[in-house]
Design a protein around this ligand. Structure first.
Ligand SMILES: *Cc1c(COP(=O)(O)O)cnc(C)c1O
Length: 360
C-alpha cells in the first residue's frame, strides 16, 4: 500500500507541492507592528450600537449573495463614479485570485513591479500563470520604460500595480500609471489598499478606460478582521468575474458590520489622520537615530534599511524586547537589509523607537 507521502506526491499538483504555506508569525504577547493593521479601536458607544445591529442579523439564512446594501454604501463612501460596478471579495486577496482565475490559460502572463505585494506572485504561480516582475528603480519609482517594454514583448493578460506600494510605502506618479494603462493590451488593476493614507488614487479615471479596475480593501483602514475588499470597474468586466465568485463569499456578519462601520467613515478618517501624523513623526525620529535609512511613505508603515547591523539582528533584538515587525532582507535585491514597521499607537511607536535606539 502506498504511504500517505507517496499519494500526496502523486496527486498534489507539483507547483503546489513545491510551495510553502503563507507564514503568519506568532504574535501573542507582542507589540504587533508587522501587518499594517490599524491600532485603534472605536468608541464604546459605537461598538454597542454595532452589536445591537448584529442581533438582528439573520444567521440562519444565507447572506445576500449580491451584498446590495453594502455595495450601495461602498459606492457612496468611496466615490465610485456613476455607471461603474462593484464586486466584493473576502479581502482583496480573494479578488486577486478571482481575476487571475478568470484570465488563467497556458502562456498567459501576469505583469507587476517588484518589490511589490507578494500575493500577486503566489496566486499567479498556483494558477499556472507566467509571472513577470519588473524591478522598481533604486528610489522605488516605477521603471516606466521597462514596464512599457514588458507590455510590448509579453502582452500581459493583466497588470497589477499597488499604489501606494507594499512594502516600499510610496505611491507612484500618476503619469507613469497612466502610460501603463494606455499601453496595456489586457486588464490593469490598480491596488489601492492604502488609499485612506495617501488620499490620491485613480478611482476618478474609471470611465476613461474600460480595462481599468480599481481595487481597495477595508483591511488597512481598521477592519482587517471583517475580510472585505472590493473591485470597481466596468460592468462588462465585473460580470465575467461574478461568474466565478463563490455566491456567499461575504458572510452576513461581515456585510452588516462593514455597512455599519462605513457609516462611521469620518471616525476612520480621523484615525487615519492620526496614523499619518504618527508616521511622519516616527520617520523623523528613526532617521535621526543615524543608523537607518528610512524611506518616505504614503501608507501606514515605514520601510527602512539598517546601515550598521544586519536586518536579521535588528528583527531578533526587537522581538526579544517584545516587538514584532517584518524582516524583508532576502525578499528582493532592492530590499537589502530592509525591514518594515507598521505605525502603531504613540506609546507603541515610542517603545519601538527606544528599542531601536538601544540595540546592542
Ligand atoms: C494588505 C494588502 C492587500 C490585501 O488586503 P486584504 O483585503 O486584507 O486581503 C492587498 N494589496 C496590498 C498592496 C496590500 O498591502
Amino acid at each position: 500500500m502506498a504511504s500517505g507521502e507517496d499519494r500526496i506526491a502523486r496527486w498534489i499538483n507539483p507547483v503546489i507541492r513545491s510551495m510553502s504555506a503563507y507564514h503568519v508569525p506568532e504574535s501573542a504577547g507582542l507589540i504587533k507592528l508587522d501587518a499594517m493593521e490599524n491600532p485603534w479601536t472605536l468608541p464604546d458607544a459605537t461598538l454597542r450600537e454595532w452589536s445591537d445591529r448584529l442581533q438582528s442579523a439573520a444567521i440562519n439564512r444565507y447572506p445576500d449573495p449580491g451584498a446590495h446594501a453594502l455595495k450601495h454604501t461602498l459606492a457612496r463612501v468611496m466615490a465610485v463614479p456613476a455607471g461603474q460596478s462593484l464586486l466584493l471579495g473576502n479581502g482583496s486577496d480573494e479578488i486577486i485570485q478571482l481575476i487571475m482565475t478568470a484570465i488563467a490559460a497556458p502562456g498567459r502572463v501576469v505583469l507587476t513591479a517588484e518589490p511589490g505585494f507578494v500575493m500577486y506572485g503566489i496566486l499567479a504561480r498556483t494558477l499556472g500563470l507566467e509571472y513577470a516582475a519588473i524591478p522598481l528603480k533604486e528610489d522605488f519609482s516605477l521603471d516606466t520604460d521597462a514596464m512599457l517594454e514588458a507590455i510590448r514583448s509579453r502582452a500581459p493578460a493583466v497588470v497589477f500595480i499597488a499604489s501606494p506600494n507594499n512594502p516600499t510605502g510610496n505611491r507612484f506618479a500618476p503619469d507613469a500609471i497612466r502610460a501603463i494603462i494606455e499601453a496595456a493590451p489586457g486588464l490593469v488593476v490598480i491596488d489601492e489598499a492604502y488609499f485612506i493614507f495617501s488620499g490620491q488614487g485613480v478611482m476618478p479615471w474609471l470611465g476613461q478606460y474600460e480595462h481599468l479596475l480599481v481595487m481597495r480593501t477595508l483591511s488597512k483602514l481598521g477592519l482587517a478582521g471583517l475580510r472585505v475588499g472590493f473591485l470597481a470597474g466596468t460592468p462588462d468586466w465585473l460580470a465575467e468575474l461574478e461568474k466565478i465568485r463563490l455566491p456567499y463569499n461575504i458572510n452576513v456578519l461581515s456585510q452588516q458590520s462593514a455597512d455599519f462601520f462605513l457609516g462611521q467613515y469620518d471616525e476612520l478618517e480621523r484615525q487615519a489622520a492620526c496614523i499619518i501624523e504618527a508616521r511622519d513623526a516616527l520617520y523623523r525620529d528613526m532617521q535621526a537615530l543615524g543608523a537607518f535609512k528610512v524611506f518616505p511613505s504614503d501608507a501606514n508603515f515605514l520601510l527602512f534599511r539598517s546601515l550598521t547591523r544586519s536586518a536579521a539582528k535588528v528583527h531578533q533584538s526587537l522581538q526579544a524586547q517584545g516587538i514584532l515587525i517584518k524582516n524583508l532582507h532576502g525578499a528582493h535585491p532592492l530590499l537589502d537589509q530592509c525591514l518594515r514597521v507598521t505605525v502603531g499607537r504613540p506609546e507603541e511607536n515610542q517603545t519601538f523607537l527606544k528599542a531601536l535606539a538601544t540595540l546592542d
